[in-house]
Design a protein around this ligand. Sequence first.
Ligand code: GLY
Length: 597
Amino acid sequence: MAPLKSVAVFWVLAVGLALGAARLARAQRAAVSAEHGIVTSAQVLASEAGLAMLQRGGNAIDAAVATGLALTSVYPIAGNLGGGGFMLIHLAAAAGRSARDVIIDYRETAPAAASRDMYLDAEGNVLTGLRSSTVGWRASGVPGSVAGFALALEKYGSGKITWAEACEPARRLAGDGHILSPGAAAQLRNSAGTLRLFAESKKIFLNGGSFWQAGDVWKQPDLAATFARLQAKGPREFYEGETARLIAAAMQKNLGTLTPEDLRNYRAVERNPLRGTYRGHLLVTMPPPSSGGIVVLQMLAMLEPFNLGRMGHNSAEKYHLLAEVMRRAFRDRAEYLGDPDFSNVPVTQLLDPNYLRHRMDDFSVDRATPSSAVAAGLGPIKLSQNAASHQARFAQESSETTHFSVVDAAGNAVANTYTLNGNFGSGVTIPGTGVLMNNEMDDFTAKLGVKNMFGLLQGPANSIQPGKRPLSAMTPTMVFKDGQLLLVTGSPGGPTIINTVLQVVINVIDHQMPVMQAVEAPRIHHQWMQDLLTYERYGISADTAALLVAKGHALKERASYEGGYQGDAETILIDPVSGIRHGAADPRKPDARAVGH
Ligand code: GLY
């Protein structure tokens, strides 16, 4: 097939839909079913890059690496070489090998020059603007994506797809270009405020300031050249070769923090996933330095005594209960979580069934518990509980982290979530490379009692230290039933990630929804502070809202910069009887697509 041609036809149709994309998107998606393998991602061309690897005999890990690299070229708001993330891998049982799960942690690390108070001015106030943790040359952690994908391919790939072959779709999509969808053109334009601050970003992503239009063939020659170098020299090129030299030189020139040593010293690491059970299912999910797995397992344990199925999917009774478990789990997140290689994270205590049974002792079916009254469950309280004292540095921002899921014919699977943090990261593109840099340093605690750009309060366990990984919410997750893989899921969305994953899981397990329904269904979010229950546009009826307000909840519809939506749960469900794979590309993202064979 001629991909550009077929995609062009798709976009011609999509242009018409885009005028009312947010509303139309939900109604336009069906699950894709396939016998062998499925890839689902936020961008159809990246899904197809992964599928091509499966069709050439590659496994789910090969496909995931090709998809992740291709997203850099076609979904630059979050797909990246200059960021980091987590890949959860399920290796199916095979001759002489039992099934196994592993995580590749390729989260960014704080540079050697980083320090606890690096984002405070002389008066101890958190810096804003170009010296901040959110924008510009000082906002980046050391990127991990190239190291992570390379480690995954080398150790867990089929051996049939080389690194150069896995990079090729990304190189081609950057070099030959691809036709910009209406959604992609809008994403570029909507981030102009940050991207225009940096000449290289303005040139590449804003067409020099005159903007790219839907239907334009958008080429990124520098990024293509970077991929060509990676193909020719291998993945360490990014950390030790010409690309590293260009990154370090630009950082030095612009008073950034990354050095050649930071790049050379970066390593992706393997971790054991967290495991927990829920109503006879096994969940395999992300441990620290993400908060995602702990928080989702805590919430499921708090929910287990309640009959959610009887409450109904979007009843006030259920939304009240969800909000109450969310606020308690996020309270613990704020207090205790950080990079376990640097901080003592009490994982066992936080997941102790006895602890979690009592965490809901003060739950009232009639009244919302004020967040200010929710104590951290394990002891000494280090964060101020007075909501009024918390300074908000920013209006809460959207995070276009991105998630993709892959299952192959042998039953191997990947749930991968990775990110630049904010949309287009720090806004900085390294001249001559096409590589956008992350602003992941904002995921650290810049100052106790001051919220980050997602409105999150975080604790001393997440303070900045050289080499440390900032606390994440990314939650790549798999669900197993009777030893068989059932569900592969995850989402972008900063702290909302965890609650999106929670709701996909309970939609499948408690509400017995088909996978597309489980992904489509409206979502809510509560993160302890601010004491606010947010919901998706069209997600709560007026009478349900009134019941929740009567219980004492403050309600707010999600902001329109997010289309009024929460997350992008690219999800695959394997039918336990037939083994058919059902891929659900989240209809909240107009360019997302599940493809299979
Ligand atoms: N940068 C968003 C997260 O890791 O949670």
